[in-house]
Design a protein around this ligand. Structure first.
Ligand code: AMP
Ligand code: ZN
Length: 470
């Protein structure tokens, strides 16, 4: 264990702060999850890999972690500012399928991608449609405290009753718009937002429920306040999500929760990941410039090479996805793992001179607002560093990988499909012959050549075998 304190950048205060939990040695985290009307692209996976690093950070620090992530399967309108149709309903109409079936399909895809990216499962995974009662109860609580008003299309939160509304996102409320809609007749302020929307008469909807206000469905922002209330209580430590949520979604979550529970701050630390850009713009379902994890795998990349790619940038920095950067990450990952997997059979030794210094550098980087690029560089340094025994290396790689989550000690071959290719067999044999002749530069040249094609060679006492990741 280490003396370093965990320091995190808090969007609420716009500062890096030492982390002080509400209860000693416990951390409660809520992560805004996916809206499951279409596939989650690789940009969407950034918030979950980031939350996974956060979780691993506290486990490393010896905290007990309770992590909740939601699945939005109702209420998220085509415009975050409460206009348009429900994304689930639109997808259902377009495809002629049931909203529930669509939600199940994309939830399964998201879970599979999380698994492939080594994101540890949250303690609670909760769907908005399974928590309608909690959302109604929260809306009633706000109503009884006088924070709501009713208009023709729903029950709205009245931001004029919550004077601190603009603080979190430093909004200039006099400046019209800020991405919101003004065209709902009866809305008192453009930033007032729907808590409960009424089902329109004569419009067939798949997702609607009874409520004290009539049939309808919850507004998107309500679900995160209601489900975090159910699983984490009226106050908790950390809330995470993408930076796009700061101005509307998280601002509205704060208004609802602080008003309903009479707390301030509702959440101690707010943490936001920056975007993944692609072809000069934010990767986004609505812009259509998306790429999913399966595309990367089909192109021959190891799924964890995408985690490696993600780790190359700090979570608060925009990251640009290009084919070249991805190929370089894949190469870097395979090279690293080709060396580290060879350490798996060694004893682990932490007592060697020089180890403690590296351990302290590792903790310092992790606890300094999750500095993944620094930790990744440290992993590379450990592998290359002369003067460390394999046992010391094994100890360090295991420790570092408990945070990076890159499976560095498991043999790649266990994950690989068997394949036959006479051309590659021939190259492997030529490499073997070069090694016999002690022509190591030629042997390395062939190995690099094959690595560029996604082929890894494994040297065993019975000769060399090769695998390609499927
Ligand atoms: P959604 O499924 O649209 O609700 O988005 C799921 C999560 O992905 C949210 O936390 C968004 O902030 C985040 N997100 C969306 N696009 C990107 C992107 N290009 N890069 C990083 N995060 C993103
Ligand atoms: Zn949310």
């Amino acid at each position: 264990m280490t003396a370093h304190e965990v320091s995190l950048y808090n969007t609420r205060t716009r500062r890096k702060e030492a982390f002080v939990p509400i209860k000693p040695k416990e951390v409660k985290i809520y992560t805004c999850g996916p809206t499951v009307y279409s596939p989650q692209h690789i940009g969407n996976m950034r918030p979950y890999m980031f939350a996974d690093l956060l979780r691993r950070t506290f486990l490393l620090k010896g905290f007990s972690v309770f992590h909740v992530t939601n699945i939005t399967d109702v209420g998220h309108l085509t415009d975050d500012g409460d206009s348009g149709d429900d994304k689930m309903e639109v997808a259902a109409k377009k495809s002629g399928r049931k909203a529930e079936e669509i939600a199940d399909e994309y939830t399964a895809q998201w879970l599979e991608d999380r698994r492939l990216l080594n994101c540890v499962d949250p303690d609670v995974l909760c769907k908005a449609t399974d928590h309608i009662a909690e959302q109604v109860a929260l809306c009633q609580k706000l109503e009884s405290k006088g924070y709501t008003y009713r208009i023709s299309d729903g029950i709205y939160f009245d931001i004029s009753k919550f004077p601190g509304y603009a603080n979190f996102a430093k909004l200039d409320l006099l400046k019209e718009g800020e991405g919101r809609i003004k065209d709902v007749s009866g809305k008192r302020h453009y930033a007032d937002f729907a808590l409960w929307k009424f089902a329109e008469k004569g419009v067939a909807r798949q997702q609607e429920w009874d409520s004290p206000w009539g049939r309808g469905f919850p507004g998107w922002h309500l679900e995160c306040s209601a489900m975090s209330w159910r699983y984490l209580g009226e106050r908790f430590d950390i809330h995470t999500g993408g930076v796009d949520h700061i101005k509307i979604h998280h601002t509205n979550e704060i208004a609802q929760s602080e008003a309903a529970f009479g707390v301030n701050p509702w959440v101690s630390y707010w943490m936001h990941n920056e975007f993944l850009d692609f072809r000069g713009k934010k990767m986004s379902k609505s812009l259509g410039n998306i790429c999913v994890l399966r595309d990367l795998i089909d192109a021959g990349f190891h799924p964890l090479s995408y985690r490696y790619f993600f780790l190359q940038a700090h979570y608060r920095k925009q990251q640009t996805f290009t084919d070249e950067a991805m190929a370089a990450a894949d190469k870097g990952y395979r090279r690293l793992r080709a060396v580290t997997e060879g350490l798996a059979g060694c004893e682990s030794d932490s007592s060697e001179e020089g180890v403690e210094k590296i351990v302290q550098r590792f903790y310092a980087a992790v606890y300094d607002d999750l500095n993944a690029p620094q930790v990744l560089a440290l992993a590379g340094e450990v592998v290359r560093k002369s003067g460390l025994s394999d046992s010391a290396r094994r100890y360090l790689v295991e420790l570092i990988d408990s945070w990076l989550g890159l499976n560095l000690l498991s043999p790649l071959s266990q994950e690989l499909g068997k394949e036959s290719d006479p051309r590659i067999d021939d190259l492997v044999q030529r490499r073997e012959a070069a090694r016999q002749e002690k022509n190591f530069s030629e042997a390395d040249r062939i190995r690099d050549l094959l690595m560029d094609e996604g082929v890894t060679i494994e040297d065993t006492p019975d000769g060399s075998t090769w695998h390609r990741f499927k």
